[in-house]
Design a protein around this ligand. Structure first.
Ligand SMILES: *Cc1c(COP(=O)(O)O)cnc(C)c1O
Length: 408
């Protein structure tokens, strides 16, 4: 409808549903409106309480309205929100320094989302190869069932036909091999290959961690061929697996790492972490972002890092992950016709369903437990990193009841 027609047609205006003003690209459940949350609990406009074991897809890493994060955000909001990177931003410098101190990385670039952290990663790889005199090396190798975000280069990197179709030329500088197929990997490396990109723990495609053997092989292939290894830890990083970053579980470092989601605890921030070998080439003019690392985002990022680095937090993640896994594995043993496999690391857990995952998910939602879904017919559990014993028990009881109900 034209704007003029909308203004004159009052009937049409009355019937106009706010929702219709959004792109129809998402499909949220119609009947759920959340108004506020505390920790792992979310409350609806009709006064119902839900357990949030999705955390906005691994974003609200410390649940809702955590006092330390609220305080950091409110205090900074009264000082400076935004400045531009044409000025120094001490909050961003501090966050970068702390990330560097606690990881393989020496240089950090801040963005606003996961997909932007991936874009920066791709540019860092190509920029590095060009800077060392190998500009012909511009192709990256990705793996099947990956998810790296929704920008043009990120969908091209994942190669997932469902995401690329209609939106990206077939050759955007990426080659693809089946996940875990190391022979196929050897077959696609050419003089034009610049690097390899993979999720340390695959998220959307099905909760699938790399194995120590695969990651070791990827590192060796990169070193032998002068390629850079990019790990996408947008979902599995920032404490989610019981380590600050998931690759630490394997004792192998990447050259480039993309982070986002949990890093802002719900405030949009992304980061591309690189070693000095790579970072020294990302000189003035090579990359940038208007909002990236602004004082508000960086302040919240620092507050999240305070909580992740607090002694005992990562151990808590490991412990709660074990409890959840144990409970879920009992269900797969008792009711293999409903749930057949538990995968993941720490508090990033997948449960392979033998009934349609969306049906089980809806049943859990009807019983006030929110979970996600993932590829390979899985449901995905991503509770806050500080989830309590009580809430883990409650969630397990709700899942057990739904699973047992399905089996009978
Ligand atoms: C969510 C996700 C992204 C994209 O992050 P956005 O913030 O949605 O752009 C990239 N990689 C992985 C592994 C993700 O889970």
């Amino acid at each position: 409808m034209t704007q003029a027609a909308k203004q004159t047609d009052s009937n049409a205006r009355q019937e106009f549903n706010n929702r219709d003003a959004l792109w129809p690209n998402y499909s949220p459940p119609q009947d759920l409106i959340f108004t506020h949350g505390r920790g792992t609990e979310l409350y609806t406009d009709s006064g119902e309480t839900y357990l949030d074991f999705l955390s906005g897809i691994a974003v609200t890493a410390f649940g809702h309205a955590h006092p330390h994060l609220v305080k950091a955000l409110s205090e900074q909001s009264e000082k400076i929100w935004h400045l531009s990177n044409v000025f120094r931003i001490p909050e961003a410098e501090k966050l970068a320094q702390r990330l560097a101190e606690n990881t393989f990385a020496d240089r950090i670039f801040f963005a606003n989302s996961g997909t932007e952290a991936i874009e920066a990663s791709i540019k860092a790889v190509r920029g590095y190869q060009a800077a060392i005199g190998k500009p012909e090396r511009h192709r990256l190798i990705g793996f099947s069932d990956s998810f790296h975000g929704r920008t043009i280069a990120a969908v091209a990197a994942s190669g997932n036909p469902g995401y690329v179709q209609n939106f990206a030329p077939t050759d955007h500088g990426f080659d693809h091999v089946p996940w875990g197929d190391m022979d196929a990997l050897d077959g696609v490396i050419t003089d034009h290959t610049a690097g390899i990109i993979i999720e340390t723990v695959q998220g959307e495609g099905g909760i699938r961690p790399l194995t120590p053997a695969i990651l070791k092989h990827l590192r060796e292939v990169c070193d032998a061929n002068g390629l850079l290894l990019v790990l996408d830890e947008v979902q599995c990083g920032v404490g989610r697996t019981g380590k600050l970053f998931a690759h630490e579980n394997f004792g192998i470092d990447p050259d480039v790492l993309a982070s986002a989601k949990g890093l802002g605890g719900g405030f949009p921030i992304g980061a591309c972490l690189v070693s000095e070998k790579v970072g020294q080439h990302m000189v003035v003019g090579t990359h940038g972002s208007t909002f990236g690392g602004n004082p508000l985002a960086a302040t919240v990022g620092n507050a999240v890092l305070d909580l992740v680095l607090e002694p005992g937090l990562l151990e808590h993640v490991q412990k709660q992950g074990k409890t959840l896994r144990k409970g879920l594995e009992k269900m797969t043993a008792d009711y293999p016709s409903v749930v057949s496999k538990v995968t993941g690391m720490g508090l990033m857990i997948g449960v392979k369903c033998e009934v349609p995952n969306v049906e089980l998910m809806k049943e859990l939602r009807d019983n006030k437990l929110l979970v996600g879904r993932a590829g390979d017919n899985m449901i995905r559990l991503l509770p806050p990193l500080n989830v309590s014993d009580k809430h883990v028990e409650q969630a397990l009881a709700i899942i057990a009841e739904a699973v047992a109900g399905r089996a009978s």
